[in-house]
Each structure stands twice: as C-alpha cells, then as structure tokens.
Design a protein around this ligand. Structure first.
Ligand code: MLT
Length: 410
C-alpha cells in the first residue's frame, strides 16, 4: 500500500476555521429559528466596490471577443498589475521595490503556505504564539516541526505574545532560519512600530535568517507612525519577503487576488555555502506549479489603484474600522479587557472570570448566538483570549455588540 506523508499525522485536529464552521453548522441545525451572527472567520461582508466591478465586467467582455481573448497569462502576474502594485504600494512611499519583484497570486494564505517549500527541511522555524495557524500547519506538513508534546512541537521556536509584552514577540533566544511575523497581527490586532520591526531586521541580518512578513492587514493601520511595509525598515531588502492581499483591503476573499514581494537581494545558501537568489527560486516554483490569477480578476485588482477605486475601498475600510470601534466600546462597557481593533480589523479580548477560550466560544454561541474564534486555536498563549472580527455588516455588528452587553457571565 502507498505510504502517506507521516508528517500529516502530526497535525493537531482539523484546520481551525473548518472546525469552527462545523460547530456552528451543528448549532444552527439544532436551533433552526435562531439568527447566528458571525464575528468569527475574517471574511468580508461588503460587496466589491463599483470601480472593481466595472473593471471585471470590461475584462469579461474582452474575453468574449476573439481579438481580445486571453489564454494562459504570465504565472507571476500581468505587467499592468505588477506595475500598479509597485508604483502605488511601494514607490509612492519611497520604497525601493520594482514591478518584477512582485508575484501576483490567488491568495496570501496559499503563498505564505507554499513559500516554506524553498527552505531546507532542517530549517528552524520561529513563530509568534498566538499565530495564524497556516504558518505552523504548513511547516508541520513539511516535516519541520518534530513531535508534538505538552502542547508544543519540539522543533518550533514559539515567541509568546502576551499582555505583558503588549503582544509584541520577543526575539528568539536561539538561532532561527525562518521567522514568520504578522503585523498588524492576526489574531491579536497588535501592530509593530518601526523600532520594533528594526530589531527583527537586525536580528535576521545578523543571524542570516529570512523573515516572512505578512502584512495582509496594513490597510487597517490608523496610527500614521506605524510601518505598512517591512521595506520601510533599512536592511529589510536583504532579509524579508512580504505577503499582501486584496482580500481584506478590497473585498477579494471570494474573488482571490494577492501578491508576494520577493526582492532580488534576498539570498539563501546551498549545503556547500553557495548563494542563491530567493527570487529566482520562487519564480521557478511558481512557473512550475501555478498558472496565474485569471486575467479578469487581475483587471479587477488593478482598478483598486484607480482614483475612484482608492476612494471607494477607503470607505469600505472605514466602515469596518467603525465596526471595530462598536465592538470595542461594547466590550469595554461590560468591563471586558480588549486589545487591537485600532490598527487591525481584529479585537482580542480577555475571557471573563478566567474561563477557557472554548468555554467562552460555547457561552457566546449559546447565550448570544454570536460566533468568534477561541484564542487557544491560534496557540497556547491564546488560551484565555478570544478573537472577534470587524468584517460583518454595521447592522449585524451593532446587534452582536448589543447581545455581548447582555451576556450573563459578565
Ligand atoms: C482569519 O479569520 O484569520 C482569516 O480570515 C483567515 C484567512 O485570511 O485565511
């Protein structure tokens, strides 16, 4: 019989959001009349903005005409979108990133999951705890985690993000080859400032490590001093790869478009110590395993950068930011400690009366019919915390906030 990849047996439970969806389906089936409000998975509620829809329709019409029809596109994305990204997201901010360092993809989740393939199996991985589960699970699948015991994988370096350190990860005490950082952070909502991010870039340069920087939520930053990109930090072009997405910025969770920045100056070495550009390796990987994002979708993403597109998406982001304030105020009004929600669409609350994250999940679902995400699902340091998202409609968010205020345990 064919043998499986035994690393899959190391995975703990099922994918967090699939697990939650299953529990919510079961609850709804048992309580058919009740309206359940989701502040759980970070899925957007607002439709695509008109500038994007117009561009999608125009591109769809092009596909219906033999003269403008397109088949396979470049695996790394069409130049029109790569240019728009480099110009607006980087060069306009005086950041030295060129269009050919941008790789367009169908999602930051898949890119951040796939990127670890470029590194040796014995590479040591460091990640924040709590953490977006994809970073950890994909390294477990790749056989990099070692055994699971006492709630931890033995070969992973966990960087505790706690209330005491303002949810800002400490540097690893031992050498790490690959460091995953997410800022603004999913799930805690904390955002690294320039000085904090500089310590990471300095560490990576000194240790010859690579930082995989997830900035999928940069559009939610309200504090003007905070960095939106790791390339705002001197030296980052030598050590960092950045992942960004149109999902939470422009409502593309279902439409699927994202991009990864791989500067040509980031190098990794072979077993003999020879140096290789990560850019060339990722290009090789993408051209072999990926056929690109649909032309229609890339035209839609390009429209995000038009003046109308920018104005329209800013309104939608402001609506979600307003939701975050509504949730924060409701939690504060009932005396719950809450974090995040200011530079991120996530609110990280401390569960009341020291109850566990999953107990709070059940309590919220049963008493208030509100779904959130148990902090422990993101890692051991998330126990006793709970994540709410700001992505529902303003109406349902307000309703959920009202229900939170009526919880009995508080
Ligand atoms: C989340 O809820 O953490 C995100 O929606 C997950 C994702 O973007 O894949």
């Amino acid at each position: 019989m064919t043998q499986l990849n035994a690393s899959y047996l190391q995975l703990q439970g099922s994918y967090l959001f699939a697990d939650i969806a299953k529990r919510v389906r079961a609850y709804k089936a048992a309580h058919p009349g009740q309206e359940v409000i989701s502040l759980g998975i970070g899925d957007v509620s607002q439709p695509l903005v008109p500038a994007v829809v117009e561009a999608l329709q125009k591109a769809a019409a092009e596909m219906s005409d033999v003269k403008t029809f397109r088949g396979y596109g470049p695996e790394q994305g069409y130049d029109f979108l790569r240019e728009a990204i480099a110009t607006h997201d980087y060069q306009a901010r005086n950041l030295d990133i060129s269009a050919d360092e941008i790789f367009v993809s169908d999602g930051a989740k898949s890119d951040v999951a796939n990127f670890q393939e470029l590194f040796a199996q014995q590479s040591v991985v460091a990640l924040q705890d709590p953490v977006y589960p994809v970073y950890l699970d994909t390294n477990v699948m790749a056989g990099r985690s070692g055994k699971f015991s006492g709630g931890r994988f033995e070969k992973i370096i966990y960087l505790p993000c706690t209330q005491e350190n303002n949810f800002c990860a400490p540097l690893p005490k031992t050498h790490a080859d690959i460091i995953y950082l997410c800022s603004p952070n999913n799930p805690t909502g904390a955002a690294l400032n320039k000085a904090q991010l500089q310590t990471w870039v300095d560490y990576a340069r000194e240790q010859k490590s690579i930082i995989l920087f997830d900035s999928a939520y940069e559009a939610y930053i309200t504090d003007s001093d905070l960095p939106h990109s790791i390339y705002e930090i001197p030296g980052a072009r030598e050590v960092a790869v950045e992942f960004r997405s149109f999902s939470k910025t422009a409502g593309f969770t279902g439409t699927r478009c994202a991009y990864t920045v791989v500067p040509k100056s980031v190098n990794v070495c072979d077993p003999q110590g020879g140096s290789h550009a990560l850019h060339a390796l990722w290009l090789r990987r993408q051209t072999t395993k990926f056929n690109g994002v649909p032309y229609i979708v890339q035209r839609g993403a390009e429209a995000v950068y038009s003046p109308q597109g920018q104005a329209q998406i800013k309104q939608v982001i402001a609506l979600y930011q307003q939701n975050a304030q509504v949730i924060l105020r409701a939690l504060q009004a009932v005396g719950l400690q809450a974090f995040g929600g200011v530079n991120a669409p996530y609110i990280w609350l401390k569960t009341p009366s020291k109850i566990s994250s999953w107990e709070f999940f059940d309590l919220l679902l049963n008493q208030a019919q509100v779904v959130g995400t148990p902090g422990v699902g993101f890692g051991q340091c998330g126990e006793g915390y709970f994540r709410l998202t700001a992505f529902n409609t303003p109406q349902l968010t307000a309703q959920a906030a009202q229900r939170l205020g009526a919880l009995k345990v508080l």
